[in-house]
Design a protein around this ligand. Structure first.
Ligand code: URA
Length: 241
């Protein structure tokens, strides 16, 4: 891999930033100052140091994004409609990113983008019981009967009965409710369909957390950042059980 691409992919800066850093002579490869931005690096064997810090190539990347409404979470959608991976800058352009658990085009909130297929499977598999929490606003007031129905497992249609889920009503007034829904599975339009089965309609949906990982509220819609090592280790541990 080219030296500038490696440094950009490892989050040192944009491609333009890292070109400047390399030209300034602060990057060494195997102890020798490297000024050629296109120098080919053996990611397994070469030792790259940038501004005194060793830079270790990572095969997998894990990004947390605050998905905005109006953008598809996955690439197999409508031509002309943007997908979340398009919002990720050139720094991660090398990676083929997919979401670990989709969100509808009009949904917002926590989306994990990664190129680690096993990780995606471990997060979305209902057997792993990684709970996802959604904030919803509804047209129609949710009530204690709905809380009970969610708990018992709602029969959504002839083909699908949802597993037991938690519905926590935050407020119900004036024909509108706000609530938190916790699911351990992630079927197509699942929250919307469960609420529909209770005779109400979801008008707004935002995912707040996946397992113990909470959306970083400092991320503007469309903003993203790499998961910290600790966040990733915690999630992987939860997905193992
Ligand atoms: N459930 C839905 O209905 N939509 C989402 O985007 C996520 C969960």
């Amino acid at each position: 891999m080219r030296l500038d691409r490696l440094l950009a992919n490892m989050g040192i800066g944009s491609r333009r930033d890292v070109k400047k850093i390399i030209s300034s002579g602060t990057v060494t490869v195997n102890g020798v100052t490297a000024r050629d931005t296109g120098l080919e690096i053996d990611t397994e064997g070469d030792e790259v140091v940038c501004c005194g810090r060793p830079v270790k190539y990572r095969k997998f990347v894990y990004l947390m994004m605050n998905k905005p409404s109006g953008v598809l979470s996955c690439g197999d959608g409508v031509p002309g409609v943007k997908v979340c991976a398009d919002l990720v800058g050139d720094d991660y352009g090398f990676y083929d990113l997919s979401p670990a658990g989709r969100l509808d085009v009009d949904s917002e909130g926590l989306l994990i983008l990664t190129n680690d297929g096993d990780f995606i499977h471990s997060i979305i598999s209902p057997n792993k019981k990684v709970g996802k929490v959604y904030f919803i606003r509804t047209d129609g007031e949710l009530d204690e009967g709905d809380v009970q129905r969610f708990k018992e497992g709602i029969k959504v249609d002839d083909d699908f009965t949802a597993k037991s889920a938690e519905l926590k009503i935050l407020k119900s007034i004036g024909g509108v409710s706000e609530a938190l829904v916790t699911l351990s599975e992630g079927k197509y339009h699942q929250v919307k369909r469960m609420v529909k089965a209770c005779g109400k309609t979801v008008t707004y949906l935002k995912r707040l957390s996946i397992g113990g990982l909470k959306l970083d509220e400092s991320l503007a819609p469309g903003g993203y950042r790499p998961l910290t090592d600790e966040e990733l280790a915690d999630l992987k541990q939860q997905a193992e059980h």
